[in-house]
Ligand binder design. Structure first.
Ligand SMILES: Cc1cc2nc3c(=O)[nH]c(=O)nc-3n(C[C@H](O)[C@H](O)[C@H](O)COP(=O)(O)OP(=O)(O)OC[C@H]3O[C@@H](n4cnc5c(N)ncnc54)[C@H](O)[C@@H]3O)c2cc1C
Ligand code: SF4
Length: 493
């Protein structure tokens, strides 16, 4: 512990962001990193707790707390306080293959469980993580390190999101010959085509993929397993396969008018936007535009927020975001104590930007859409809604319409962002993998073996739509089990 009195001397400080009304003219990242002195002080706030809840990543009363990949947080906080940046980078690399992604877009469950958070704002863990890896890249410490010995074993990984990439990285360093199959034209999964560029610069994804390629991982983009390569071929040509295809089947809103023009799933909108940006800086026009439109985003999660921020950048005429759940409280309630993830009202970058442009938070809480109305051309023109209260039916909370709260909202673009129902069917069906009751690939956490011999599953495809840090944890865990299966023993964590 660098400075025993640090947590009493220094206040929590997080990186500032460019002014929302300016940054909406750009698709570039907008967070301005802390300087070295500020980072040192933030590292000094860490108390080096006897039980560092920040890094436990364990289950308490059925709820996960702390960092799922067990980042050695107190250790690198101390090293940053001492300005031993290279050592901090080495410590960070022991647990996290891709800190440049989590350091930018992880919601930071570690901070939700930080012991300092009981009485003060928690340690600025995520920003310190980001600063360590950004410094490591700029100093040239992150260089290709191919394995010295190859085992001669071949592993196929299907899907190049954070789970597939983490799994590939671990197995490659263990000496196996790894091929990553990706159906999309660019590698990265939702890191590339889900999260927009202003939250995670795609050059950073490419930089990591290039590094892994230089270390020997083979990437086959534009190759869908189940269509371009059959499941049978895959199993004939590789010693083991890991299915990391994500959980991208979107939840639909099957109400009157759903077939009208102008109603899209969030991922159609976000993927098209990022692809067009990367291909031609939007010159090709191959994207759904919100320009000049009244936009309604249905769904209040991360994906909905990314739609809000994208539509604001495209200069929509108005923007409203619906959330069916009630507005969360401003502070923890007694039912939601430390060290659990604080279920409180957060204003994310997208809502901040709408506030700056339109003078008002776009969110409407506890609201349900009952039907879409169209014009004679079959284009959506309005949403009929009603406010709801949540009532217990057979022990489960359900939304119930409140009579007299019906309202009509004009809209000519509607983006559906109500979560995901599980993995797509083609890959799992063709390989014949058993599913669990939520339709995910059935494989035990920690074991990752599916019902088909030599086939493993990890990430969202196994656990359902989750977080990048969980995908990394599962990718690493599946790599360990594949290595054990191939070699009879493993040194992977
Ligand atoms: C819009 C959006 C924003 C998000 N923002 C955040 C955030 O800010 N922070 C956070 O922590 N999490 C966020 N998430 C969640 C996070 O991105 C996912 O939990 C994570 O990417 C899951 O990783 P994965 O590797 O399991 O799957 P994915 O990232 O979904 O990758 C799966 C890949 O497999 C490919 N694939 C599927 N089937 C095949 C096949 N048959 N053959 C070849 N390739 C195939 C897909 O094309 C895809 O590239 C967000 C999710 C979305 C949708
Ligand atoms: S819980 Fe917070 S204060 Fe304690 S070791 Fe972790 S980061 Fe430091």
């Amino acid at each position: 512990m660098g400075k025993p009195t640090g947590f009493m001397e220094y206040k929590r400080k997080v990186p500032s962001s460019k002014d929302p009304s300016e940054r909406i003219d750009s698709w570039e990242e907008f967070v301005e990193p802390l300087n070295e002195e500020a980072l040192q002080q933030q590292g000094a706030r860490c108390m080096d707790c006897g039980i560092p809840f920040c890094h436990v990543g364990g289950d308490i009363d059925g709820e996960e707390v702390g960092c799922p990949i067990h980042n050695l947080i107190p250790e690198w906080n101390d090293l940053v306080f001492r300005r031993q940046w290279r050592e901090a980078y080495e410590r960070l690399s022991k647990t996290n293959n891709f800190p440049e992604f989590t350091g930018r877009v992880c919601p930071a469950p570690c901070e939700g469980s930080c012991v300092l958070g009981i009485s003060e704002p928690p340690v600025t863990i995520k920003s310190i993580e980001c600063a360590i890896i950004d410094r490591a890249f700029s100093e040239g410490w992150v260089a290709p390190a191919p394995p010295k010995i190859r085992t001669g074993k071949k592993v196929a990984i299907v899907g190049s999101g954070p789970a597939g990439l983490a799994c590939a990285d671990q197995l490659n360093h263990a000496g196996h010959e790894v091929t990553v199959f990706e159906r999309d034209d660019r590698i990265g999964g939702l890191l590339m085509y889900g999260i927009p560029n202003m939250k995670l610069d795609k050059e950073l994804v490419k930089r990591r993929v290039d590094l892994m390629a230089a270390e020997g991982v083979k990437f086959l983009a534009g190759t869908e397993v189940g269509r371009d390569v059959s499941g049978e071929e895959l199993l004939a040509n590789f010693d083991a396969a890991v299915l990391c295809g994500g959980a991208t089947k979107p939840r639909d809103l099957s109400i009157e008018g759903r077939g009208l023009k102008g109603i899209h799933f969030a991922m159609e909108y976000l993927r098209g936007s990022t692809k067009s940006y990367l291909d031609s800086r939007f010159e090709d026009g191959n994207f759904i535009s919100a320009a000049g439109k009244d936009v309604i985003v249905i769904g209040g999660g991360d994906t909905g927020t990314d739609c809000v921020a994208s539509a604001t950048r495209q200069k929509c005429r108005s923007l409203i975001q619906f959330e069916i759940l009630p507005q969360p409280p401003d502070a923890r309630t007694p039912e939601n104590p430390w060290p659990f993830w604080p279920r409180i009202l957060r204003t994310d970058y997208g809502q901040e930007e709408v506030g700056a442009v339109f003078g008002k938070d776009p969110r409407e809480f506890a609201i349900m859409t009952t039907r879409f109305e169209g014009n004679e051309a079959g284009q959506v023109k309005a949403l009929h809604t009603v406010h709801v209260k949540w009532v217990a039916v057979d022990g489960r909370l359900q939304p119930e319409a409140i009579p007299g709260t019906e309202r009509i909202y004009n809209a000519d673009l509607v983006l559906l962002s109500m979560g995901f129902l599980g993995p797509e069917d083609l890959l799992l069906d063709q390989i014949g993998v058993e599913r669990d009751r939520r339709s995910n690939a059935r494989a035990e956490f920690g074991d990752y073996a599916t019902s088909i011999p030599r086939v493993f599953a990890a990430g969202d495809m196994r656990r359902g739509q989750s977080l990048i840090v969980w995908a990394i944890r599962e990718g690493r865990g599946a790599a360990r089990e594949v290595d054990r299966f191939l070699m009879g023993t493993t040194a992977l964590p």
